[in-house]
Design a protein around this ligand. Structure first.
Ligand SMILES: N=CN[C@@H](CCC(=O)O)C(=O)O
Length: 419
């Protein structure tokens, strides 16, 4: 029997999310359900999808590993399309200040926040970062994540930015979760560049970006476009340069202040714009037109006690919305997919069907991989989760608790809650 040859049969609900094939979904409520469904995976790639009876007439179970999913719902693996999971130290003390009333930006202005994690990440060895990263990936896997996006950005200098990206490369070699790597060298302004932000952007463009590209260390380039961090013009300059060098782009846009990040994302053809708590109507319309995925991060709004992003409005205006955890040491220290689901369902007025689309095929589109992952379609990777309940409708119902029982990556069982 070949590695990655698997049949999953008798799924009470097989949620294929296949309505959009290789495209990000804007009709986000159509999940394409097959009752009593089955999937055939050969050498990690989906070979057939359909009703169990029909599939078993055409494929001999003896040639495959078999999982009987009777009484369970089966879905594509989740794609967590925005995280910062490789960092040293923690900001528990700062979180306690936030609980007392200090704002995220006030702490940043006082020299804490991202630069605090920059210090700890510079001090951590590659081995330490690898060990912490591995633990975090294991936790994500238990929530059903089969692909994650991971950003650098806790270096803000040459050595540590490169170190973070190298650690992600090493992690991917040993862990089943695939990692879409993003260079976020312009995540904050280091102390020595305060007031000389343009020069810092020059430094990133001239000294760090070329190595990232030459060594193929990251697929995306990102920037924190925000008041008191980087301006729209500085963001435009960096992202256009990254594009010239062949990278795809993302942008932390309109998170705290409405600065025009959404509009910029549309102008430069970014793959995604992320956060968008304050995105303007025009920015949203521009993004829908330019097919920029709106990656929304409800756990961050929750943790910052900010208004949630206008997910409902964005979907109604034709934006493809993705949802992600934003796992990071400061604004949102959680890898919890169940929390994302609960907040999107209860506070963003998104239906569970839209939430599943946002965490699967649209998450895949947010990292430009919708042709390979994000739905259970012939030719795509066999990245699949099996729930412990008969319907996907249990996902928001069992509030804040993971109901993922099994995780399959490229046709191989890589997590089993029962074992
Ligand atoms: N907002 C900017 N970057 C991160 C937070 C990073 C941090 O606080 O360490 C985010 O996506 O939320």
């Amino acid at each position: 029997m070949k590695k990655g040859n698997l049949i999953i049969k008798n799924a009470n609900e097989l949620v294929t999310c296949s309505g959009f094939k290789a495209k990000a979904g804007v009709e986000m409520s159509d999940l394409h359900l097959i009752f009593n469904g089955a999937v055939v995976i050969e050498e990690g790639i989906i070979k057939a999808v359909g009703a169990t009876e029909e599939i078993l007439n055409n494929y001999d179970e003896n040639d495959y590993e078999v999982i009987d999913a009777s009484g369970k719902a089966v879905l594509p693996g989740f794609v967590d399309s925005h995280t910062h999971f490789v960092f040293g130290g923690n900001r528990a003390e700062e979180f306690s200040w936030r609980l007392r009333g200090d704002s995220y930006m006030e702490i940043m202005q006082r020299g804490g926040g991202i630069v605090n994690s920059v210090r700890a990440t510079a001090e951590a060895s590659k081995e330490e970062l690898f060990k912490i990263g591995l633990k975090r990936l294991n936790s994500m896997l238990s929530f059903g994540v089969t692909t994650v996006e991971g950003k650098s950005g806790y270096g803000l200098d040459y050595d540590t930015e490169i170190k973070q990206l190298e650690v992600m490369n090493e992690l991917e070699k040993v862990h089943p979760i695939e990692i879409a790597k993003t260079f976020l060298g312009a995540h904050a302004v280091p102390k020595e560049y305060k007031g000389r932000e343009d020069e810092f952007i020059d430094f990133i463009i001239e000294k760090v970006l070329p190595t990232v590209v030459e060594r193929d260390l990251a697929e995306f380039c990102d920037i924190f476009c925000e008041k008191n961090v980087f301006t729209v013009e500085q963001s435009r300059r960096l992202l256009n340069k990254a594009k010239e060098l062949g990278m795809k782009t993302k942008i932390h846009a309109d998170e705290i202040v409405q600065l025009g990040g959404a509009e910029l994302a549309a102008e430069i053809g970014a793959v995604s714009a992320d956060h968008l708590l304050q995105a303007s109507d025009k920015g949203i319309a521009d993004m829908a037109k330019a097919k920029v995925v709106a990656t929304l991060l409800p756990c961050t709004a929750f943790s910052l006690k900010e208004e949630f992003a206008r997910g409902r409005y964005m979907i109604d205006k034709g934006c493809a919305v993705a949802l992600a955890t934003d796992f990071n040491p400061g604004s949102c220290f959680t890898e919890s997919i169940p929390l994302v689901i609960a907040l999107a369902a209860l506070h963003m007025n998104m239906s569970i069907e839209e939430i599943i689309t946002a965490l699967t095929i649209n998450g895949a589109a947010a990292i430009d991989r919708a042709d390979k992952i994000g739905s259970i379609d012939i030719g795509k990777q066999g990245d699949i989760i099996i729930l412990e309940n008969p319907s996907y409708k249990f996902l928001p119902y069992h509030i804040g608790v993971s109901i993922v029982e099994k995780v399959i990556k490229k046709g191989q069982l890589v997590f089993d809650k029962e074992k």
